[in-house]
Each structure stands twice: as C-alpha cells, then as structure tokens.
Design a protein around this ligand. Structure first.
Ligand code: ME8
Length: 535
C-alpha cells in the first residue's frame, strides 16, 4: 500500500564525543523530540535523527588525554549518550556515528562528486585554527578579536578565547566564494530558511561581507575520513559532520535511492546559535555544489544560561563559575517529565534561557503540581467516588451541550497546532494551560461536592464531571509531546490507553471523545509538590 503520509525529517546536531552529554545538548535534543512527537501525532511520517560527531582533532585529543585510541574513546562514550536519551524519552528513529561505514562511504562519495563538479582544488593553508571550535580563523578575525579583548603577545580564539594553533599545510579547498550570490538569492527567496527570523540578519550580513574558500582537508593529523583520491589527506571534521544528515537517509547509497528520494531534503535542522554559519552558509553551499536539494529550514535555538539570583542576569554555565548543572540533578528534582516540561516551556526556543533551581521549582509547582496534576487528581477522584469507580454514563448528544470548557477547548487546538509547528512551545503550553486553569476554576464555580448531595441534581453532576474529564482528555493529548508518559498514564486512568498513540491529533481533540461509563483509576499524584529549598 502506498504511504501517503507527509514525510517530516528532523535532525539535531551530531554532538562531539569530547565529553559526556550535558544540559545544553539535552536541551536541543528534547526540542527536536517534542517536535517529532507532535508531528507523529499529526499523522506525519517522521524520521528523527541524532548522533555523534566522532572525528577531528578535538576528539583525538580527548582520547589521548584518556590514554585511549580515538575509536576506543568514542565507543566508550557513545553509551552515555544512548543512556541519557533513553532516560529523557528521546524518540529518535536513527542514531548516526560518523565512524560508521555508511558515513565513510557517503563522505568519500561527496569528495568524488565535488571533484567532478569542479568545486575543490588543492592549495596550501596558512592560518589560525581553534581545536576546541574546530574552526579556521583569518588573520583579520584574530587580530580584531585580540584587540577587542586586549590580548597582547599571543593569539586567542575569537569564539572561545582558547590559545590558537598556527596551521601551515597542504590542503584541499572548497570554493565557497563561488556561492555568495546563490546563497543571498536563497535567503531572499526563502526568508524562513533560517528561523527565527532575527537570526537571518546575522547570516545574511556574514555572506554579504564576502566569502572565502575554505580548507576542507587536513594532513597534520589523521583522525578523519581519508580523501579517496589523495591518501595523505583526511576530511576536515565539519565537511564530514554536515553530511551526516544526508547520509542517514541514503546519500550515495544506491540501495537507499528510494529512501533518499522520499526523505531528502530535511524539513528541519535544529542547531544551537553557535553553529548557524556552518548550517546556513557552508552546508547549503556544499549541497548547491553537488546539485542536491537544500534543507527547508534551519532552526537556531539560544543558549541555556544560569540565572544569577542576585543580579537576575543569565550567566554562561561553566564548571569554573561553579554554576554548571548536570542533567541528572534536574531529573532527580523534577522527574523526567518535569524536566522536559520546564526546559521546553520556560525557555523561549529561539532565545537564550536563564535557568535556575528556584525557577524550576516555581514552574513545576505552579503548572504541574498545583494546576495539571491537581486537576487530574481531583476530577478522577470525584468521578470514581460519585460514579462507582467509573466515568459518568451520559446520553447521546451530551457533547453538544454548551459549557464553558467546551468553548475554550474548541478554540484552542488550531492555535496550539500553529504554535507547535514553528517551535513556539511557550504559546502552545499557554494554550493548554488556559484549558487546565479554566477547568480548575470550573470545579470551584460548579462545586460538584454540593451538587452531589442533592439527588435531584444527578444529571447536573454527571455533566460537570464529564466536562472535567473531557477537558483532561484533551489536555493530555496536547501535553503529550512534552510529557508523553504522563499523558499516556492519564488516558490509561480513564480507560483510554489506545488513544495515546493517536496519529490524528485534531480529531482526538474534538470535544466528545470521552468513554462513557468506563473504569477510572485514581492513581498516585502525578506531580508531588516540591519544597522550595534550593535557591
Ligand atoms: O558543535 N545551551 O557539537 P557540540 C543550549 N559536533 N544548547 C547548547 C549549549 C547550551 N549552553 N551548549 C551546547 C558541535 N549546546 C558539532 C555539531 S552538526 C553537523 C556538528 C548544544 O557537541 C547546541 O545545540 O559542540 C549546540 O549547537 C550543540 O550543543 C553543539 O554541540
């Protein structure tokens, strides 16, 4: 049977294996996971890729520092990434490692195609290189940055301020300079190629200021993919890494031609703002050079900063400042679902997010313990208590009766879908909270405990509890991309476990889907309140 579902291919950056995964890499990965889950619920045929960037000098040095070969080092760290992604409920469909045979074959195919297309040439490179950033810098960039930072007598990386390396070696170059006009045309014709919009200005002015050809092979070390027609050279790590997105859907593999035709180009590359030039300038130029389609969007998220409680300002997270937060510490405090919810809904995805333990506690208690968790617990308890462990039995047509929660729910789903589709998770969450808050108010206003005392008002009681459960059912669906386990559990408690994997979110969120007279499980508190202790 033909598969008519619209393909949706989303990727995270592939992370360097120079250290264990941290809050920042987890942030980007969850950002993609929420989108992947949302798109699956919308019926799209999703491929969600993440993985590891295993070549390059940075990884080679980390391996040496630990007395391992680079491959041993990568193999020893890869499980830490798998483990944390499992813990954080990351639903990736594939996990690429750049040392896999598929990537080596694809990169060598890229070299051949580049050579045939005439966009590479051999020359010598003489300039600055930062191993930490795996980036080349020009003399002008370095002296300007040194001057700005008051550095005298040595040369530091304009990005990370680490000591730079002078590299003088024979190298293959990619003719990036040939793509300036085509890139500017791309940005003009596809203003949403770079998202959010304000990031486009940065990319455009970089390209307008002139592009230089870039060195894409190295001879002074060997932890990289060999250039197929020049065995003294290994591939520059970014020239290798960027291709991973195409490799994973079959670039250069004749056996995967159908998959490639269906999946490429990607809809979204989600990356941090630190690597937009690679993704918005070099990567599209590489694809243009070999005549392959360009990704539809690069979504650049901001950085997580730690909020200094005294100044209210965000500071870069670092061990030396003593403000680094490990993922496990947050998981221990908020649980996995609270973790996902906090980072996804309290940090605006395009901007830097100031995080703190006190803010985490505040958001968790307000939104999850007091609002969402409390609504579920009170409503399911009342349903079980007043209706013999079940949801109320209701006559045909109950769902058409006007009530305040139905009005809110009906107006909500379109807004939610529009926001989710462009990574505006804050607005999407606010839309769901409108319904949750309204339902909590509805409990107070309609006082079901008082109605329950009067047998003459039995119909009214049925309708109140049903409205509440229906609001919960819809909220559970809408919260599911953020908190998949909680939503599945809430639906299960209302005998609706089958709905949890819906592929028609809009239909699932139509008012009236509640199972009438079905078993209700009260269950434990979903989000026990946290004490406000850590500051
Ligand atoms: O750059 N806040 O890998 P990388 C939010 N291998 N996100 C953060 C962050 C922070 N404080 N710190 C890091 C590389 N990130 C290359 C990518 S892709 C073809 C190759 C996230 O391990 C952010 O998404 O340094 C950033 O872009 C990514 O980690 C960099 O990961």
């Amino acid at each position: 049977m033909a598969d008519n579902k619209k393909p949706f291919y989303i990727t995270t950056p592939i992370y360097y294996v120079n250290a264990a995964p941290h809050l920042g890499t987890a942030y980007c990965t969850i950002l993609c996971d929420v989108q992947a889950r949302f798109r699956r619920a919308m019926g799209q045929d999703v491929k969600f890729l993440t993985g590891l960037d295993e070549h390059g000098e940075k990884v080679q040095r980390a391996a040496e520092d630990h007395g391992k070969t680079p491959q041993e080092w990568c193999d020893s760290l890869a499980p830490a990434f798998h483990d944390i992604w499992n813990t954080l409920e990351i639903s990736n469909d594939d996990f690429i490692r750049t040392t896999q045979p598929r990537q080596i074959r694809a990169v060598q195919h890229l070299w051949d195609r580049m050579k045939d297309a005439g966009y590479i040439y051999k020359d010598s490179y003489d300039g600055w290189y930062c191993v930490h950033e795996e980036t080349y810098y020009t003399e002008t960039q370095v002296s300007k940055s040194d001057e700005d930072h008051g550095v005298v007598g040595r040369h530091l990386c304009p990005e990370c301020q680490r000591e730079l390396q002078r590299v003088k070696e024979e190298s293959w170059f990619f003719k990036l300079s040939a793509f300036q006009d085509r890139l500017l045309k791309l940005y003009d014709e596809h203003p949403d190629f770079v998202m959010p919009a304000f990031r486009m200005n940065e990319v455009r002015s970089f390209v307008e200021s002139g592009l230089r050809d870039i060195s894409v092979s190295r001879t002074s070390f060997d932890w990289g993919i060999p250039v197929p027609f020049d065995d003294k050279h290994v591939t520059y790590v970014w020239f290798d890494a960027l291709l991973n997105y195409a490799t994973a859907v079959g670039f250069g593999d004749p056996d995967m031609a159908d998959e490639y035709a269906r999946r490429w180009p990607a809809q979204y590359h989600v990356v941090g703002k630190d690597i937009i030039r690679f993704h918005c300038v070099i990567w599209p130029a590489m694809l243009m050079a070999i005549g392959e389609a360009l990704p539809e969007h690069v979504f650049a998220h901001g950085f997580l900063m730690v909020r200094n409680e005294e100044t209210g300002q965000g500071e870069k997270m670092s061990k030396s400042r003593g403000n680094a937060i490990a993922p496990q510490d947050v998981i221990d405090m908020l649980g996995v679902e609270g973790y996902r919810y906090y980072f996804m809904t309290d940090c605006v995805p395009g901007e830097d997010g100031a995080i703190s333990y006190s803010r985490m506690t505040q958001v968790y208690n307000a939104d999850l313990a007091n609002s969402w968790g409390n609504l579920v617990s009170r409503s399911l308890n009342m349903s079980a208590k007043y209706f013999d462990g079940k949801t109320p039995e209701l006559p045909e047509g109950w769902a058409d009766r006007a009530n305040p929660l139905k009005d809110i729910a009906d107006g909500l789903v379109d807004r939610y879908v529009a926001a989710m589709s462009v990574f505006d998770y804050v607005s999407a969450k606010n839309a769901v909270l409108e319904l949750v808050h309204a339902a909590n108010h509805y409990i107070e206003d309609s006082a079901p405990w008082a109605v329950a005392k009067d047998p003459a008002r039995a119909d009214e009681l049925e309708q109140i509890i049903t409205n509440l459960l229906e609001a919960i059912r819809i909220s559970a669906h809408l919260f599911a991309p953020f908190m998949p386990q909680t939503s599945a559990e809430v639906l299960r408690r209302m005998s609706l476990a089958d709905e949890a994997d819906t592929t028609d979110l809009i239909a699932a969120c139509q008012w009236g889907g509640l199972a009438s007279g079905a078993a209700v499980t009260k269950g434990d508190a979903l989000f026990p309140r946290l004490d406000v202790k850590k500051g």
